[in-house]
Design a protein around this ligand. Sequence first.
Ligand code: S6P
Ligand code: ZN
Length: 195
Amino acid sequence: MTYVDPVSHQVNLADGTIPTAHAVQVRRLADLRGLFADPQAEADALAENPLVYQVYDAADLPHVDGHLLYSTTVIQPGRVGDEFFMTKGHFHERSDRAELYYGLSGEGVLLLQTPEGRVETLPMVAGTAAYVPPHWGHRTVNTGRVPFVFLAAYPADAGYDYGTIARDGFAGLVLADGDGFRVVPNPRYRRAASP
Ligand code: S6P
Ligand code: ZN
């Protein structure tokens, strides 16, 4: 038997960074091109191409069944038109793989949808443990004025399907509404073919 060694990483609770992260993904607005609802607002904002979010992948572990991967995501505050900064969003490539999110700081929303386009919304603040069940696509949105930070833990063989959301959009939009937010149907959402 070959054993993988136990490992721990310190998460900086002030800003969500993991100084010993094995990899850091940086997503600027250009990486999310075409995902925001207002094309003109997106084009205008692309001139500055702001930082939208970073993902700190903690440990370098085998991406195979049985292991767990964990990471922090730090979403900057900001908007494109009325729509808050958000992650690209994905289904898992192995769509039956679930995931757990744990809010560390700031405030946001976990937006989920089934392949048929049913939307659920889970508000998140520091201390919120939110469950992404198998088969639900998921995107996180910063609805606040400071960075929104959460920890994610997920099966190492879950993988990513970004293509479905890039093609069809997300069925729900999270828009600024006074000091808060509202979730509205996405008029440009193209229903995916039933599985
Ligand atoms: C992985 C998990 C998160 C996201 C991260 C960025 O399954 O859901 O670590 O990867 O929040 O979102 P996205 O949609 O760009 O991967
Ligand atoms: Zn995921």
